[in-house]
Ligand binder design. Structure first.
Ligand SMILES: [Zn+2]
Length: 50
């Protein structure tokens, strides 16, 4: 149990939060989670959290 910089890391594994996103590239709306979200339709990283 040693903390190496990322204090919340273990908590995020159990608590999965799905967020609603919209793609600025194609306008697709989708649910996603995690830090690196890409549009499932066009694979663009130009997405915004709603
Ligand atoms: Zn898209």
């Amino acid at each position: 149990m040693c903390s190496v910089g990322g204090g919340d890391f273990e908590l995020e594994i159990e608590k999965i939060e799905v967020e609603r996103y919209r793609c600025n590239n194609c306008g697709n709306k989708f649910d996603a989670m995690g830090e690196k979200v890409v549009c499932p339709s066009c694979q663009s990283e130009n997405v915004v959290k709603l």
